[in-house]
Write a protein that binds this ligand. Structure first.
Ligand code: B12
Length: 145
């Protein structure tokens, strides 16, 4: 598995790969769809997930072979299994905000990216407030886990 960060490096569209997974936030949606189109033109299946596809799946659907609604931890193994067999479903759903399932961050994927040498720890998700302008309130249903 390799990670490419569109902000920091060129994406090698012609590098052979079996599956492309892209995180989409609202402010990165347009670029994510462009990247997805490049890979799909080359016959590589693309799955889109994250805040934006979860909040507006109907917009995201046409830009991917599969979309993922919710948090990846409990559903990602199924995606990989289906992709291995060439049977990616058009849509996957998993709950949001559940405590992490013991999944450890692959920090080795960040090596050489030029990020600041800061190691972050996530200790909660969501927010108990209900601000109507905030994606977090909608995504986590006004709950803090
Ligand atoms: C850390 C953070 C930052 C950091 C780091 C950003 C970065 N690029 O890494 C900083 C402080 C720099 C930052 C800046 C900004 N941020 Co910010 N940030 C966050 C925060 C607090 C956490 C995001 C995070 O890493 N979560 C942890 C990971 C594990 O969770 P996740 O990303 O949600 O991913 C899970 C699922 O969504 C899903 N998933 C995600 N991607 C994919 C992909 C696939 C294929 C699959 C299967 C599943 C999947 O599975 C994951 C694991 O459970 C969120 C708020 C929040 N609590 O979520 C806002 C948030 C993401 N930020 C937001 C915004 C708007 C910004 C800014 C544009 C603000 C600004 N005006 O400058 C900038 C943009 C900077 C940039 N160019 O990226 C908004 C996005 C809203 C939206 N609708 O997209 C959020 C949601 C805050 C909010 N209140 O609305 N941010």
């Amino acid at each position: 598995m390799v990670l490419y960060d569109d902000r920091m490096e060129e994406i090698p569209f012609d590098e052979p790969t079996d599956l492309v997974a892209i995180t989409v936030e609202t402010y990165t949606a347009r670029r994510a769809y462009e990247i997805s189109a490049e890979f799909r033109q080359r016959g590589v299946p693309v799955i889109l997930g994250g805040m934006h596809p979860t909040l507006i799946p109907e917009e995201t659907r046409p830009h991917a072979d599969a979309i993922f609604i919710g948090d990846a931890e409990t559903g990602w193994a199924e995606v990989l299994n289906d992709a291995r067999q060439g049977r990616l479903k058009p849509e996957y759903r998993a709950p949001v905000g559940r405590p992490q399932t013991g999944t450890l961050t692959r920090r080795d994927l960040f090596k050489g990216k030029g990020y600041l040498p800061v190691t972050l720890l996530q200790f909660s998700r969501g927010c108990r407030f209900a601000c109507n302008f905030c994606a977090v309130s909608a995504y986590f249903d006004r709950t803090q886990f």
